[in-house]
Each structure stands twice: as C-alpha cells, then as structure tokens.
Design a protein around this ligand. Structure first.
Ligand SMILES: [Zn+2]
Length: 437
C-alpha cells in the first residue's frame, strides 16, 4: 500500500498540494523508505496547517503533502480518512448506507454515497468503484487514503488534476478487428459495431476542430501494443477505446461501464486482492488521475444522454490502458448478450447517439482547464435534455433523450430505468469481472 502514493489537496486553501511522483522510476524500496521517513515524522492526528514539502531530486520525485484539515487514521499500517472528514473537506454531504443496500444512481440523495464494507460508491450521481472497501472503526466509517487521492479527488475535482484537458489529438480505438471478432450477437460482431461508433465519433470530433487518429480504419487486426504506440506517438493525445460487453454468467446483464488504469498498488475493480505485479510502475501509471478525469467526463455524458444501467466507473489493467502514456479510457457501450441491448447496439441511430454522447464527454474534458470548474454531471445532462431537446442531435455533438419512435424500434425493455432494471441477479453481476474487453 505504501507504494500507492496519495495526493491530498486542500479544497479550502484552493492551492494544489499534491503528493505526486512526477518523474523517474525509483525502486519500491526507495519509495517505501522515503514514505516511512515521511510517516515517521508526521504526527497523528495531523495538526492543522502543517505542510510538509519534500523534494527528492535524485529520484525526480516532488512530494508536497498538505495535511491541512485532514485527520489521518492509521489501521494496521494503512492510512484512512473518515467519511465525515472527507465530506467536510469537500463541502459535500455524504452518507454511508449499510452493506447489502441497493443504492441507485437515480435515488442517491448525497453527492458522496458509500456502502459500508464495500468498494461501491455513488459519486456525484454515477456509480464509482473504490480501490479498497470502506471500513468501520469505533463508529466511524473510513475510506482508504489511496481512494481519497486516487479516486475521490479526480472524480470530485477533475478540473484540479495537473495537466488535465490537454487535447490536440483524439486517438480512437475501435476494439478487435479482422480475425478477432470480439463478442457476437444475433445481429453482428462487436468489431463492426465498435468501428462504426468510432467512425461516427471521428466525424463529430473533426467537425469540432480536433485531430483524430484511428488505430484501425477497417476490418483488420491491430495488436494491442501497437494501438498504445499510436496514442503515445501523437502529441497531446487522449486514447478512447470502444468496445461492447458480453457475459456468460447473466443473460440479463445490461448497462454501460468505463475503465481507466488501476492506480499502482491497488487491485483492479474485478480483483479482490493486490497482486505483486500491481506494484510496478507502468506507462499508464503516470496518467491515472487524468485518465480517471476523462472517464468521469465521458461516463457522465453517456449516462446523462442515454438511460442505460449504470455499472460504473471502474479500474482495470487492460493492455491498452497499461501501455498508453496518455490519458486513456475503455468504454463498454452495452451488452451484446442481452436481448434488448443487443438490438439497440445493432441500430445505427442508437450508435450515432452513443458517438454523440462520447463526443460531448471529450469536449467537456477538454474544457476543464478553461472552465476551472467540475464538468457537467448526469443530473445536469438530464435537466438539459429535458428542458431543451436538441435537434438534430448528433451533428451538434449533443444527443436527444430516447424518443418514442426509438423505443418502438428497439423495444421498451431496453429503456427500463436503472431502478426497474436492477434485479438482484443483475446486481450480483455488477461486481463480476468485466467480462471481456
Ligand atoms: Zn471488446
């Protein structure tokens, strides 16, 4: 855990006080030694206004810890922060619901909702998966410091992530291709649906003046490492991989999910334990906060525009996320194994809608450093589409709500609200492995 370095920033002071590894690849022993040293010198609970700043020039590490307002609680050598502390710091109401409670994005009353004993959370109206479970100690609910730094901070204040929003080129990565068909539904192959969404998205982004590179232009196979190399070679690029989901476990599983690279030292959403290999620095490690910010921007737009089930913002170590040195996400745009959703995915108008929603998310990511405020969230999009439906939708990069003709076309079951569609069976599949990238 010590290898996963949290950043703690002060919302009140308004100054970025991050604890970042900015460069270099020191050994884990070196990092552990460094942080043992820091921790040994840090009184607990931390006194107000004490700021420790360290510059480790030899490692190329710049470390600045702001401990203003944070009361770090140590349990078995790991650092935690209470939900109350987090809520006060951000000025956001928080709630912890009991383990096993069925929390719904739609009905979340608080900007920060946690589930006791679970990694599941609803942050600003979208399901988000913590690296570590929330624990209870002496009547207090505690969140791992890693999650405050690596999950909550980039999701709540993505505009504060260093170097966020720098986008000259969007690298679109339609999954699979050629002999690798991806998943299959009765209507077609994942590789073809993904390519079509990428082509539609390219047109929208180019119309907005962005440079777009596709990792494949047609139906041929491109190795995963080549896809990452394409993104790494482009200047100020972001990488957006487009896939569709499938599962053998639950024919009713539906919904969107989005992945970005798992922070170093943490387990991926589908893993219960920390593998030794997760402690290694990877190319994707340096951008994990920016990638999560990109996930948030795209995912809120997806859910805000298209009423699919919210499976959440997740972490994974997929090759394309691990090997990209630029902000990178992988979108799972619904299930080819579910009847209603596979029908939707087969519909070109729906795919255009999907492309439109992704483009709005990318735009909002790009706007973060200009606006210097959090991006639109699910509730904002839903309010917007209700009050001013935009037409024609896709050309302008925004999308309409589901209209009755589309419902008729693809069947009503596909548009069940999350509450209606979240059966216990489906819930159990929420935590299941993501299935197939
Ligand atoms: Zn795939």
């Amino acid at each position: 855990m010590t290898a996963c370095l949290p950043a703690v920033a002060s919302a009140k002071a308004g100054r970025p006080l991050n604890l970042n590894i900015t460069a270099g690849k020191p050994s884990l022993l070196e990092i552990d030694a460094v942080f043992d040293t820091i921790r040994a010198g840090m009184p607990l609970p931390v006194k107000r206004c004490s700021v420790l700043a360290f510059i480790f020039a030899s490692f190329g590490i710049t470390v600045a810890i702001a401990v203003d307002d944070w009361q770090v609680i140590k349990i078995n050598g790991h650092d935690y922060l209470s939900v109350d502390n987090i809520s006060k710091f951000y000025g956001l109401p928080a709630e912890v619901v009991p383990s096993g409670a069925n929390i719904q994005t739609e009905t979340a009353d608080h900007p920060l909702e946690f589930v006791g004993g679970s990694r599941e959370a609803i942050i600003k109206g979208a399901r988000s998966w913590l690296c570590f479970p929330v624990i209870e100690q002496d009547g207090k609910f505690l969140v791992a410091r890693t999650d405050v730094a690596k999950t909550i901070e980039p999701l709540v204040r993505p505009h504060r992530v260093p170097n966020v929003g720098k986008v000259q080129t969007v690298v679109l990565d339609p999954g699979h291709g050629g002999h690798d068909k991806g998943q299959v539904s009765r209507y077609g192959f994942e590789k073809d649906f993904a390519l079509d969404v990428a082509r539609k998205l390219r047109a929208i982004l180019q119309a907005k003046g962005l440079r777009v590179i596709m990792t494949r232009e047609g139906d041929y196979f491109v190795p995963l490492e080549v896809r990452a190399q394409i993104a790494n070679a482009a200047r100020d690029s972001i990488f957006v991989s487009i896939h569709f989901n499938a599962t053998n476990d639950d024919p009713n599983a539906t919904g969107f999910e989005i992945f970005s690279f798992t922070p170093r030292g943490a387990p991926s959403t589908s893993d219960g334990t920390v593998a030794a290999s997760s402690l290694k620095m990877q190319p994707g490690s340096s951008m994990d906060a920016q990638s999560l910010a990109l996930s948030a921007c795209i995912y809120h737009s997806l859910l805000g525009h298209i009423p699919e089930f919210d499976r959440g913002i997740k972490r994974a170590r997929f090759a394309v996320l691990r090997l990209t040195k630029v902000p990178a996400v992988l979108i799972e745009g619904g299930f080819l194994t579910e009847r209603g959703e596979s029908k939707l995915i087969a519909n070109k108008d729906w795919r255009a809608k999907l492309a439109g929603a992704i483009s709005v998310g990318i735009e909002n990511y790009r706007a973060l450093p200009l606006k210097k405020q959090p991006p639109m969230i699910v509730a904002d999009y839903r309010r917007q589409t209700k009050s001013a439906p935009v037409d024609p939708a896709v050309q302008q990069g925004t999308v309409k709500e589901v209209d009755s003709s589309l419902i008729e076309l693809v069947g009503r079951s596909a548009f069940l609200s999350p509450q209606q569609s979240s059966t216990p069976a489906q819930r159990s599949s929420l935590e299941s492995a993501p299935i197939v990238p």
